[in-house]
Design a protein around this ligand. Structure first.
Ligand SMILES: *Cc1c(COP(=O)(O)O)cnc(C)c1O
Length: 354
């Protein structure tokens, strides 16, 4: 039986994407060769890379606006240091909204002064700090748009004179935003775009080339741009599946269409969390993520019953991260409204039993 996959990452992918990906592994474009056994310099794969890069910019509304899209390796975690390596000359600002921001701060500190402009650590990151001051003269301000672990999401982005860098690993392509307010966006593919193994980086070219340090080739965005994202062998399979997912999203109607579905899913689940006395939401209401919903059982003693019902319903990946506990339902783009309905039915059954 196909499970309802609420995993926080690697994530659920669209069934038609999985089907096409599996076919390409056996015979890519009728070539008699597998996608993963051909040269990345072959025309067939160069076309894949180009399509993946151009679809990303197109879906974000950033075509012909001075941005480049790259499919790199090393995960979002490598971007924590690449961002600083390429952009940090003296000081940068970071908003600390949880585990991933904290890790980004740790790496960046090796390259310059880091000013934490705000933090929600005082309440175990269950909210997004607001009204914080952004000092002038920053090389950039770094934000995490969606906090995968704690289930919070930035709804309104600060306006500041500094270049804006955003880790969008877990909500890229999920909602409409003015993406041109960002100068650099990065996202590990495995949350909302594809399988693990590649990281999308969208960068405005005019912010590069301004630091005085030497940058090793593999860590230099300008090197990757000059080689059309093929400085070394790219992650062929992950890039291909990301491309298929972006194509799937485009055919669905793009970000506007998926945002509508994502809002319905979030609305359905959060209203159950709020109305059902068996459950309690973790994140502050106004900062709730539409991608990762975090919640707990009001009485810990009900855990066994709930877990059994989840299992019977074929629900996978609902355990909360160890730093929060409880449950986390990740509702990425490819998770259907129907799957959320199945979860909500199990939750209401808990209320009837309780
Ligand atoms: C998962 C995640 C990361 C880490 O991604 P890797 O690709 O595993 O390095 C970073 N930031 C956010 C917001 C994430 O959700």
């Amino acid at each position: 039986m196909k499970k309802h996959n609420f995993s926080a990452g690697p994530c659920v992918l669209a069934p038609e994407v999985l089907l096409k990906a599996s076919e390409a592994v056996i015979d890519f474009n009728g070539s008699g060769l597998s996608l993963i056994e051909i040269s990345h310099r072959s025309k067939d794969f160069v076309d894949v890379m180009e399509k993946a890069r151009s679809l990303s910019l197109e879906l974000l509304g950033l075509k012909d606006q001075g941005y480049q899209a790259l499919f790199l390796q090393g995960g979002a975690s490598l971007e924590f240091l690449m961002v600083a390596y390429n952009l940090l000359e003296t000081k940068a600002g970071y908003l600390n909204t949880g585990t991933w921001s904290a890790k980004a701060i740790k790496e960046a500190k090796m390259f310059g002064e880091i000013i934490e402009v705000g933090s929600s650590k005082d309440e175990n990151f269950n909210y997004i700090p607001k009204g914080y001051a952004v000092p002038s003269g920053l090389d950039y301000l770094h934000l995490t748009s969606n906090n995968t672990i704690f289930g919070t999401q930035i709804k309104k982005f600060p306006t500041t004179g500094a270049p804006l860098v955003c880790d969008m690993s877990s909500d890229i392509f999920s909602r409409q935003l003015d993406f041109s307010q960002f100068d650099l966006i990065y996202a590990g593919a495995q949350k909302n775009m594809g399988p693990a193994g590649t990281t999308l980086v969208i960068v405005k070219e005019d912010i590069l080339g301004k630091v005085s340090r030497q940058i090793p080739s593999m860590l230099d965005y300008e090197v990757h741009i000059s080689k059309d994202s093929m400085f070394n062998t790219p992650s062929v399979f992950a890039t291909y599946v990301s491309m298929l997912t972006l194509d799937w999203l485009k055919n669905l109607g793009g970000i506007a269409a998926i945002e509508e579905i994502n809002e319905k899913k979030a609305q359905l689940l959060y209203s159950e969390i709020d109305l059902n006395p068996v459950f309690e939401g973790f994140a502050k209401k106004e900062d709730r993520s539409h991608m990762n919903a975090t919640f707990n059982l009001a009485e810990a003693g009900l855990k066994e019953t709930f877990d059994t019902l989840l299992k019977e319903a074929g629900i996978n990946g609902l355990n909360g991260h160890r730093s929060v506990g409880g449950y986390r339902a990740s509702m990425y783009n490819a998770l259907s409204l129907e799957s959320v309905g199945v979860l909500v039915d199990v939750m209401s059954e808990m209320e009837r039993k309780g």
